[in-house]
Design a binder for this molecule. Structure first.
Ligand code: UD1
Ligand code: UDP
Length: 364
């Protein structure tokens, strides 16, 4: 059984679902919690996934307690009925943590895709750092995307023989989506010789003042340069929408658009000059697309990208964000170094490895 509920989990679990469907001895059951609604549906449509169960839990401005309660209650019935041999979760959302707790209560072993990411700071990202640590405490099969994430798990005394370095399934997903002939209506509005800066920002700990600072820096840099266009697909959270519209409405070369489906987002990322984001998944995808990323957070659980040189952690301070944007726009050498760094997140065959390990675990 695979359980996921938000956009990024769905994107990175889609290649695993497709792979398990090919395994002759296994029957995957897909359960979506519906922690996200529209943003999840976009991914299900793009990958043509048909969930077997949908808990439909999303509520406007939902709290963490609401999500946890509803996932636990909804999965209880399904686990009683289906009695799966293994339950796979992904990453660090509240769906992930609550589904893992539910599996544990039902004595179902857990496979954690994207295990071992850490900032070691429970406040950042909040609540994801706690979600991933709690999930790893309950996990049987650890699918670590990189050697450093394996090291993190070993430091916490998780058993070495249960940890597998697989690569990140985000890279597998890119193989389904990126297309040379891509066109989107937003591109018709932007002259070919303009640089596109792709922006996304949504994290709970950035909502409010940090988000305002970043948006003001972006707005001010954009207002001084007619040759750039900022494209920002705004997350549907009302807490994000409000700040984005308050700061950017009226800015001529900042385009606020609805969340893009994953085909559009990956292709627009491939066409961008650089990316600014507090997203986790986008930090993993950008190095494969040779795009520099300014990370709008104080800490990242993806240090591999920083070491490789493709990610720069700039935080949310107005002056720092502005300076980092200007450096990338003014300094071709700096730009080239970041754009040409080697992708550390794998070869795009992570789902095959995960499928094989699940197969071996379940059939031996
Ligand atoms: C969640 C995850 C976060 C992940 C992010 C990916 C938790 C605690 N947070 O944060 O780790 O990075 O998803 O995007 O698990 N909404 C809609 N339609 C949608 C999706 C969201 O209207 O399709 C609105 C709803 O009002 C919802 C709000 O956004 O209540 C927040 O959604 P929620 O899943 O609680 O938090 P995210 O910030 O999306
Ligand atoms: N993404 C998307 N449409 C958008 C913005 C992002 O499909 O408008 C994709 C992106 O390519 C990445 C994932 O969504 O795969 C990241 O999701 P998000 O930033 O919501 O969550 P995080 O990764 O921070 O948990």
């Amino acid at each position: 059984m695979l359980v996921f509920g938000t956009r990024p989990e769905a994107i990175k679990m889609a290649p695993v679902v497709k792979q398990l469907e090919k395994e002759p001895d296994l029957t995957p059951i897909v359960v979506v919690t519906g922690q996200h609604r529209e943003m999840l549906q976009q991914v299900l449509d793009a990958f043509q996934l048909q969930p077997d169960y949908d808990l439909k839990i999303m509520h406007q401005n939902q709290t963490l307690t609401m999500i946890t309660n509803k996932v636990l209650a909804g999965l209880d019935e399904i686990l009683n009925q289906e009695k799966p041999a293994l339950l796979l979760v992904h990453g660090d959302t509240t769906t992930t943590m609550a589904a893992s707790l539910s599996a544990f209560y039902h004595h179902v072993p857990i496979g954690h895709v994207e295990a071992g990411l850490r900032t070691w700071n429970l406040a950042a990202p909040f609540p994801e750092e706690a979600n991933r640590q709690l999930t790893d405490d309950l996990t049987t099969l650890y699918f670590a995307p990189t050697p450093p994430s394996r090291e993190n798990l070993l430091k916490e005394n998780h058993p070495a023989k249960q940890i597998f370095v697989t690569g990140n399934t985000a890279i597998d997903a890119l193989h389904y989506t990126v297309n040379q002939d891509y066109h989107h209506e937003i591109l018709s509005k932007i002259p070919d010789d303009h640089h596109i800066i792709l922006l996304t920002m949504h994290r709970r700990e950035n909502q409010g003042a940090p988000m305002e600072e970043v948006f003001k820096a972006v707005r001010d840099v954009a207002s001084q340069r007619s040759q750039i266009d900022v494209v920002y697909p705004v997350h549907l959270s009302p807490r994000v929408q409000e700040v984005a519209h308050r700061i950017f409405d009226g800015a001529a070369n900042v385009h606020l658009i609805n969340p893009l489906d994953v085909l559009d987002f990956h292709n627009l990322a491939a066409r961008s000059y650089f990316i600014m984001t507090d997203s986790g998944g986008v930090q993993e995808e950008a190095p494969s697309l040779n795009k520099p990323v300014l990370v709008l957070r104080d800490a990242t659980e993806r240090p591999e990208g920083v070491t490789a040189g493709t990610l720069k952690v700039v935080g949310t301070d107005y002056q720092r964000v502005k300076a980092a944007m200007e450096e990338l726009l003014n300094d071709p050498q700096e730009y080239k170094q970041m754009a040409e760094a080697k992708n550390p997140y794998g070869d795009g065959h992570a789902a095959e490895r995960i499928g094989q390990i699940c197969h071996d675990y379940l059939t031996k």
